[in-house]
Design a protein around this ligand. Structure first.
Ligand SMILES: Cc1ncc(COP(=O)(O)O)c(C=O)c1O
Length: 437
């Protein structure tokens, strides 16, 4: 037991009374959660002045470090001049600059050698799930087909549209009566043998002629750090092309160098039709994007005649745009893909060293999206064991999150500015708490 300080207790008591239930998990015995006061780089300070090492990047958001000075500066300067513009009516200059930049980073780069190169067209959004819903709407309009194939274990957010393609019943069950259920779920392959079965299954659904798009995370994050076998994404690309079905990649977690390339699809040179981005895009301002090949975006959406069919009050927020442009500049400046590949390689080595001989444990990772799955026992029991370890690590000054449906995987998605020494210490703590039994 780790009793909370009076200051922490007071804040949690207020939250407990006035925030909706079922948002923040609070252990009345103390020790979870902590109250964040400040965050810089990889270091979090709580309201009592205690320091923590953040191995989560705060849901994979703080890619260039918490409060990256250049990103903060860009946001502050923007706030002083223009804090709000008019979403789909009167724009501001940074919105066009960001849409242009996202096109350069994606479709222009991916198709520069094609006979008819593509460029990207973007709808800016306020959260990841909205980017997914924008992609779903785009696919429905561009193809005239409402069906979507998505994957077991997939997480695409919790809006009513996104819930139709997010798999876990924990999130869906309470609202099933209100879901339209346009999604067909297929197993997410993690081995070569499963990939063939999965592609056959997808093909049999595509033959129905009712599916407009296949949507997936190129590597499942919240679903438990699940990576498809190399070649699966390329085969899926070919299959969807043969059936004139769009391929939507949800790179909200994997985007912006997280797996060692700007976007995870680049590991196989796969060009999707639509890509959803968020999290690391701004490093902390709620903004996301759905960027599509201009051909499909133009097939789906007619030029606005004054009343946009899909928009929102804060669309293309000036502060978010300023921060996103600064964040992309920082990623380019630090050669983030190389840094992530090197540090990710080191992290996997450390994890293999620590868990190699432990029965039932499996280490996996790509770039700085790594983890260890605790097995060899019932999944629920493994999940409880992981949560105990994560809580104990918190009391020692390390912030981790479990992932996977049963929470039996400890994940590392730290800011890219983490040092080798910090990675080593963090692995040491988890090995000590988990491998010993
Ligand atoms: C792959 C993926 N897609 C979509 C989302 C939803 O994003 P948001 O929570 O910003 O709505 C998440 C969030 O974790 C995610 O990991």
């Amino acid at each position: 037991m780790h009793p909370d300080s009076p200051k922490t207790r007071e804040i949690l008591d207020t939250l407990k009374k006035f925030e909706s239930p079922d948002v923040t998990y609070i252990d009345d015995a103390g020790g979870w959660p902590i109250i964040w006061q400040e965050a810089h780089g990889c270091e979090i300070t709580d309201v009592d002045g205690k320091k923590y090492l953040d191995l989560t990047g705060a849901f994979g958001v703080a890619v260039t470090g918490h409060a990256n000075p250049a990103v903060v500066r860009a946001g502050q300067q923007q706030m002083q001049t223009l804090m709000h513009a008019m979403g789909d009516v009167h724009p501001h200059a940074l919105k066009s600059e960001l849409c242009r930049k996202l096109s350069q980073l994606t479709f222009e780069k991916w198709t520069s050698t094609w006979t008819d190169p593509l460029h990207g067209r973007t709808t800016l959004c306020n959260s990841g799930f909205e980017a997914v819903e924008t992609a779903l709407k785009t696919a429905a309009l561009a193809t005239g087909k409402s069906g979507i194939i998505s994957f077991e274990g997939g997480y695409h957010g919790l809006g009513y549209g996104a819930l139709n393609v997010t798999h876990r019943s924990h999130f869906r069950q309470p609202f099933l009566s209100q879901l339209r259920e346009f999604g067909h779920f297929v197993p997410f392959p993690t081995r070569h043998d499963d990939a063939t079965d999965c592609l056959n299954r997808i093909e049999s659904i595509l033959e129905s002629g009712t599916v407009g798009a296949v949507l997936l995370e190129p590597a499942q994050a919240r679903g438990g750090l699940r990576f498809p076998p190399h070649g699966f994404l390329s085969d899926l690309r070919e299959l969807t092309r043969n059936y004139q079905t769009l391929l939507i990649l949800d790179e909200i977690y994997t985007g912006f160098c997280r797996t060692g390339t700007w976007f995870a699809c680049e590991h196989e040179g796969v060009v999707p039709d639509l890509i959803c981005l968020g999290k690391g895009l701004t490093g902390g301002f709620p903004m996301a994007a759905c960027t599509g090949a201009h051909t499909y975006m133009e097939a789906a959406w007619r030029p606005s005649r004054g009343e946009a069919v899909h928009t929102s009050t804060f669309l293309g927020h000036p502060v978010g745009c300023a921060m996103a442009l600064a964040q992309i500049g920082e990623l380019e400046g630090m050669d983030a893909c190389r840094v992530v590949r090197e540090k990710g390689g080191r992290l996997v080595e450390l994890l293999r060293c620590g868990f190699g001989g432990v029965e039932g444990c499996s280490v996996r990772g790509m770039g700085l999206m790594c983890g260890v799955e605790i097995g060899g026992m019932a999944l629920e029991v493994a999940g409880q064991r992981v949560f105990r370890a994560v809580r104990e690590a918190l009391s020692k000054g390390y912030i981790f999150l479990p992932c996977g449906e049963f929470g039996n995987i400890v994940s590392w998605t730290p800011p890219y500015v983490i040092s080798d020494g910090e990675l080593e210490r963090s692995v040491g703590v988890i090995v000590e708490l988990l491998a010993s039994g």
